[in-house]
Each structure stands twice: as C-alpha cells, then as structure tokens.
Design a binder for this molecule. Sequence first.
Ligand code: DAH
Length: 341
Amino acid sequence: MKEMLEALRAASRQAIDEAVDLDALEALRVKYLGKKGELTAILKQMGGLSAEERPVMGQLANQLRAEIEAAIDRQRTELGRVMLEKKLEAEALDVTLPGVEQPSGHKHPMYNVLDQIKDIFIGMGFEIVDGPEVELADYNFTKLNIDEGHPSRDWTDTFYFTKDGRILLRTQTSPMQVHAMETKPLPIRMIAPGRVYRKDEVDATHSPMFHQIEGMVIDKGVTMADLKATLNLVVEKIYGKGTVTRFRPHHFPFTEPSCELDIQCHKCGGKGCPTCKGEGWIEVLGAGMVHPKVLSGCGIDPDVYSGWAFGMGLERLAMGEYKITDLRLIFENDVRFLEQF
Ligand code: DAH
C-alpha cells in the first residue's frame, strides 16, 4: 500500500505541475481527491491491513491528501499569475505614444453675429423669443394685414403644406409679432430670431431657407423717434460709432408708416463702389410703426398703445461682418471655409 501511495504522490505532483489551466487543475482534483478518486480508492483497501499498519498508512494517506491539496493551491496561484501576465501584456498601453487628435468644432460664424445682436438687445431690456417655423397662413399673412391678393401669398413664392393654403413654412419672422402680442403681458420688448422659407432658387444671394431677426416694442406713447433712436444705437454697436444711417420711406402692410434703414457704405463712404453696387448705401432692415389694424387684431387698443417693429436678414449681416461674398458658403458647412473664423 505504501508503494501505491508513493506512486500516486509522484504521478499527481507531475500532473499538477503540468496543468495548463484552471479547468485541468479542477479535473485533477476530482481525479485524485474526489469521492471516486484514486486516493479514496486506495483508502478503501485499508480494511485488509493489520492493526499496526492501519494507523501508519492512515497518516501517510492524510499527509498525501494535504500535499496534493497544497500542490493544487500552488499551481492555481501560479496559473493566476501567468494569466494576469498574459492579460497585461495583451492590454499593454504605452503612455508615451502620441495621442489621436480629436478635431473640435466651434460656433458657426453666423451664430457669432446672432449672439452679438442678442447681447445688444438683452442689454436694452429685450427678451428673446422663439416660435414655430410651420405656421398658419393666418399668422404669417392675415393677422399681419397682408390681404388675399398679395403676391407673397402666391404658391410660387411660399411653401404650403395643405391644398387649402392654411398651413405653410413661415416666409418671415413677423408672425412672431402676433404670437407675442397675443400671449405676452404689455409692455413688450422682444426679438425673435429664426429660420424662414421662400421658394427661391439658390444663388450667391438667395437660398430657400435663411434667417431673420424680428424685433418689436409695444408700450404706451411709443413713437417713430424711439424706433430711430434704438435702431441707430444698434447700428452703431454693430458697425461702429459714427456709422451714417438713412431711414427711407417704404411700404409694409403691417406697419404704418414703414421705412427701410440703410447705412452709408463703409467701403466708399457713400460715393458708390462694388460693395454697395454703386448706390453709396447698403440696406440693413425693414421697420415701421405697428399698424393699428394689427394691434387691434391682437386685442390691443391702438388708441392706448403703440409700437414699432423691425425685421432684418441675419445672413446678410454676417456676410457684411465677415466679408463673405457668397451666401452658399454659409450653408455648405465646408470645414475649410468654417475654419477661417
Ligand atoms: N417681414 C419683412 C420681410 O420679410 C421685414 C419687416 C419689415 C419686418 C418691416 C418688420 C417690419 O417687423 O416692421 O421683408
């Protein structure tokens, strides 16, 4: 029996030392120490031993069990170490290698100009409001005193969603005047920047989608003098002190009187050059005193309240500020263009 135990000791030690993974090691544990294992099988033969031999063999067998257990533990630790080493090797990270550059974007130049305009108006106590681009013809036209036959209502000029012409993509931000008057407590001082849509072919100065900024003040005793003073101040902040302006009579259905605001061409000082197309003046915005019909249509008494409004194109402003000559560049999102700002 002693020989059998010795043979098992030698065989098990070698097998355990050579086990390549944890599964193999577990299989060996079962093979040697399990209920149907080799050591158990030897112990079962103890019954045939003499009374003197039995405790000696018992002790030897117990010793061998402890040895095998210890060998398995040792090999398990060793396998763990080897596996960790392999894993670390596989996941090795060389922190001295140069990193992968992540290009970061920045705000679109046109939105820099919009931020600047927002700052100017916030500084004067205006609030910034947002509204729907999908609009009712009622708000885009009718409530703004634009009658049924007006050319801007034409199907060739406006994107309509419904055959009855009730729902459309707003052609201007002016419907925001109506939304503000219908929902806000008086007095109102607001600007409403946003996208507008017209059926224009794309060229250097036209796009079927562009941006406008609407502005409006409604209060008691508001006059054309307030309109001029405020817009002159805004122009000075955008184009610099001393910029010469001209308020030129014009017609808009929703303002009375109406005007357009021009600035004297900063390039030629008014003499006429390619920048101002020989005019000496550059048109900046449309404006006027909110029409009494528009006020009363929104439930505001025109005998008590008055107001002024303006609307200007954001692209044109950005093009002037950054000397961009083609409107398409603003929308193409070519990084080679955008990177310059
Ligand atoms: N909505 C006009 C347009 O798209 C611009 C405009 C003119 C807005 C006069 C106004 C205004 O608020 O008073 O051409």
